[in-house]
Design a protein around this ligand. Structure first.
Ligand SMILES: [Zn+2]
Length: 184
């Protein structure tokens, strides 16, 4: 295995099993499962909410995903009938752009405000979209990504924890208070 530069903490596929319970939810168009998963149909290349009133597909053609991201990653398109993505595809691309930006710049200080500005939406809007699409809050994502990278640094270097904290963008106040050496 080579060095991973483009590390991410989101499972790119997010595929989960089609259990009997989930299958029943699909057959019965059970809206109470709408927050739990999305189902995609291999033959039509479309993905739906469990509540979708479209014709029930053959069970063997169904794949189930935890997030919209998972289904889109596998090249499924949102159903026009049940609209599993309230957002337009343009919005989804914007959220993807933000995630990519975070992946590449997570060692810098990032604020939701700056990120929201990049795609010209409000901070709450961005938080909402990010969570809906990836199933994790933006703040939590950045935290987990930094943590994962810190672990990687720790495993592969003999730098101190403080140095690593600095590299991955965790501000260290001690660095400023305790280390200010003055030349005599
Ligand atoms: Zn549908």
């Amino acid at each position: 295995m080579g060095k991973q530069n483009k590390q991410t903490v989101i499972n790119e596929k997010d595929e989960i099993n089609l259990t009997d319970e989930r299958w029943q939810a699909i057959v019965q168009n059970d809206a109470s499962y709408n927050e739990e998963f999305y189902y995609a149909v291999k033959t039509t290349k479309i993905f739906c909410l469990p509540s979708c009133k479209s014709r029930t597909p053959n069970r063997e053609n169904v794949r189930v995903f935890l997030t919209q991201h998972g289904a889109i990653q596998e090249n499924f398109r949102p159903c026009k009938r049940c609209k599993p993505t309230q957002e337009s595809l343009q919005d989804i691309n914007a959220v993807k752009k933000i995630k990519q930006y975070i992946d590449e710049h997570c060692n810098k200080s990032l604020t939701v405000k700056t990120l929201a500005k990049m795609i010209q939406c409000s901070t709450s809007d961005l938080e909402h979209k990010f969570h809906k699409f990836y199933g994790i809050t933006l703040t939590e994502y950045v935290k987990q990504l930094r943590f994962a990278r810190a672990m990687l640094f720790l495993a592969n270097s003999d730098k101190s924890i403080m140095e690593i904290g600095f590299e991955i963008g965790i501000p260290n106040t001690e660095h400023h208070t305790g280390m200010s050496e003055k030349k005599k």
